[in-house]
Design a protein around this ligand. Structure first.
Ligand SMILES: *Cc1c(COP(=O)(O)O)cnc(C)c1O
Length: 416
């Protein structure tokens, strides 16, 4: 915990987008006017009853919300606590990302924009952005590193099927950060008619605030559901953190409840002491990146390019500025878990509950598994199951064959 004096939780972010010392808007001059226009529109519509009703209808009928808060009985027996899964995997497209994309796309339409611009690394955000653009009849350009297009080719097909263009980013190492640069360049050129749809609680103000706003439906529902089903608040809530949107989405409604312990789980990859991980808050230092001040993994401490952890959705060197603030404040505890523990936790949920979780979400399960000895039967725990794991099959089979050899036979057991 730093010894800076931090403002209370209710006052963040301030009108400039600062969460204590984190966040803000560190961007080149041409980006200021479109960001100002976006901020004004968001502030205007976020409390507009018509807009809220429209978003509620989309959540209900298009995405399938509210998602269940599910008592995982066999996992509970295994862990020795009462474990509830917030089933974001049951959203349309299989993850929480649509919560945010629907909100931003409806805002784009209110602003009279005709095109959605987005960048994507693993492709999941690109798929969700393409879907909402199709749903609302907006044009859509998805920027994707050429190397990522090769690695994530099924998502390229999905995006194209829904009528969006995939524009390859060919600069640098042809991955996410190059796609970001090229997408931002396109936005500056087309800001009158285009809306930049960002996928996590990162980037310059107002994105960390706006994406939190649209994702906080997760925690609002979970809080109401746990009170209805158990008559009390949970003892512990946990979620995986890449950029941090599913995590803050669950956490936000509980931040004021001091009795609720909150844990965010980062990707420890091959181990935080190695050069292959994405454990930003565990190992990083505050820096300015992607338009914000936030904790970031220092250049040179991990290998450039390639995969830093098993879950592509968590492979980001920064993190949302609000998480940096909550870490310093001590309100949220951040932990890192390693790939091999993630794979075991993944397989445990498959076998005990008949639910195939995303490898990202499996990080939160792996941390609980590590805590097993300290859990108590009447302890009420909510885990955010941010997405489903169908997208991860190829990666899992590849790793298993690497570990066991191609002669290992059918994957009745992957790792355990
Ligand atoms: C994208 C993704 C994440 C990581 O993004 P956050 O902004 O940290 O939530 C986590 N889980 C799933 C299933 C994802 O698709």
């Amino acid at each position: 915990m730093s010894d800076q004096k931090l403002p209370p939780l209710a006052a963040v972010p301030d009108e400039k987008g600062f969460f204590g010392p984190y966040g803000g808007r560190f961007v080149p001059e041409p980006l200021v006017p479109p960001l100002e226009e976006l901020t004004a529109a968001f502030m205007r519509y976020r409390d507009d009853e018509d807009f809220q009703a429209e978003l509620a209808r989309e959540y209900l009928a298009y995405s399938g919300r509210p998602t269940p808060l599910y008592h995982a009985e066999r996992l509970s027996a295994h862990l020795g606590a009462t474990v509830l899964l917030k089933r974001e995997d049951l959203n349309h497209l299989g993850a929480h990302k649509l919560n945010n994309c629907l909100g931003q796309a409806l805002l784009a339409r209110r602003m009279g924009k005709q095109k959605i611009i987005a960048e994507t690394g693993a492709g999941q955000h690109g798929v969700a952005a393409a879907a909402v653009a199709a749903r609302l009849g907006l044009a859509c350009d998805i920027y994707m590193g050429e190397e990522d297009m090769r690695r994530q080719s099924p998502n390229v097909t999905r995006i194209q099927l829904m009528g969006a263009r995939v524009i390859p980013a060919t600069s640098g190492d042809k991955t996410l950060s190059n796609a970001v640069d090229e997408a931002i360049g396109a936005w500056v050129a087309e800001a009158d008619t285009a809306f930049y749809l960002l996928g996590s609680v990162v980037g310059p103000h107002p994105y960390p605030l706006m994406v939190r706003h649209f994702q906080s439906i997760i925690g609002q529902e979970a809080r109401q559901q746990v009170l209805e089903q158990y008559g009390r608040l949970p003892d512990l809530i946990t979620a995986c953190a890449g950029g941090g949107s599913n995590a803050i989405g669950l956490f936000h409604a509980f931040l004021g409840d001091e009795e609720v312990r909150i844990v965010g789980v980062e990707a420890g990859g091959s181990g935080v002491e190695t050069n292959r991980h994405a454990a930003t808050l565990t190992t990083g230092t505050p820096q300015v990146i992607h338009g914000m001040n936030t904790y970031c993994i220092e250049e040179g401490t991990v290998t450039a390019g390639g995969n830093h952890c098993i879950a592509a959705g968590l492979d980001y060197p920064g993190i949302g500025p609000e998480h940096s603030y909550l870490k310093d404040l001590g309100r949220v505890q951040y932990e890192a878990v390693e790939d091999r523990d993630v794979m075991r936790a993944f397989e445990t949920l498959c076998r005990l509950e008949g639910i195939i979780p995303a490898l990202e979400s499996s990080h939160a399960l792996a941390w609980l598994e590590r805590e097993k000895a300290d859990l108590l039967p009447d302890q009420l725990i909510i885990v955010n199951l941010s997405g489903r794991g169908d997208k991860d099959m190829d990666e899992l089979i590849r790793r298993r064959n690497q570990a066991l050899g191609d002669e290992a036979g059918p994957p009745t057991r992957l790792f355990c």
